[in-house]
Design a protein around this ligand. Structure first.
Ligand code: AMP
Length: 213
């Protein structure tokens, strides 16, 4: 989210899109709900169709995009390559965080149901779990149960971690240590992106995939 504000480009977060569909009770939302609550991945073809529709919109063509939480499988990465042709992704960012830190962060995570801003039990909104930015209610995510978190971590290892080698192979991977403060992690990402941009590694418009353990 911060990257898209910094570079003023659209933020495409598949988790946020799916949660919005669940909330609006669309056919996609009704299908996705049970998968999400159980910590399962939504089938690749459903996610690819959703992302493909978003990538077709005009703002993406003129400004580029930051993908967040997508791709999560090698099949999704292959599907993304097809969707982007003849353009290409500029880079993929892996934010590396040890499992015990991930677990601690998820346990304390709270999110705004309206705009998705993330808080924690340590960094609360100023007033009674009301979002500082939009006034929405700030809650624990429905899928942040112990069982669903455990399942998500198993799927991360088997389905998502192989993407590290996939993007390393294409020379697009940037690895960031994600254990510092949010500001320190963000500054590292901007440094890496800007150095690659200045070296002429980006085609217009800019496209970045951001993800982490
Ligand atoms: P997130 O907000 O990124 O943690 O995603 C929340 C949930 O949405 C995940 O646990 C999955 O059930 C589903 N989801 C989000 N992105 C994807 C994706 N790229 N592929 C499959 N399922 C996804």
């Amino acid at each position: 989210m911060r990257l898209s504000h910094h570079y003023v480009i659209p933020h495409i977060a598949t988790g946020d899109m799916l949660r919005a569909a669940v909330k609006a009770r669309t056919p996609l939302g009704r299908e996705a709900h049970a998968y999400m609550d159980a910590g399962e991945l939504i089938p690749d073809e459903i996610v690819l169709a959703m992302v493909g529709e978003r990538l077709d919109q005009d703002d993406i063509r003129t400004r580029g995009f930051v993908l967040d939480g997508f791709p999560r499988t090698v099949a999704q990465a292959q599907g993304l390559d097809e969707l982007l042709k003849p353009s290409e992704l500029d880079l993929a960012i892996n934010i590396d965080v040890p499992t015990e830190v991930v677990l601690r962060r998820i346990a304390s995570r709270r999110v705004c149901v309206d705009c998705g801003t993330i808080y924690s039990t340590e960094q609360r909104p100023a007033v009674d779990w009301i979002c500082d930015l939009c006034g929405g209610e700030v809650v624990q995510r429905e899928d942040d149960t112990e069982e669903a978190i455990r399942r998500r971590l198993v799927l991360y290892e088997s389905e998502t971690a192989p993407l590290i080698d996939w993007y390393k192979g294409s020379g697009k991977l940037v690895e960031i240590q994600g254990v510092g403060s949010p500001d320190a992690v963000f500054d590292q990402m901007v440094l890496e992106i800007d150095s690659r941009r200045q070296a002429g590694g980006f085609g217009p418009p800019m496209g970045v995939e951001e993800g982490g353990a």
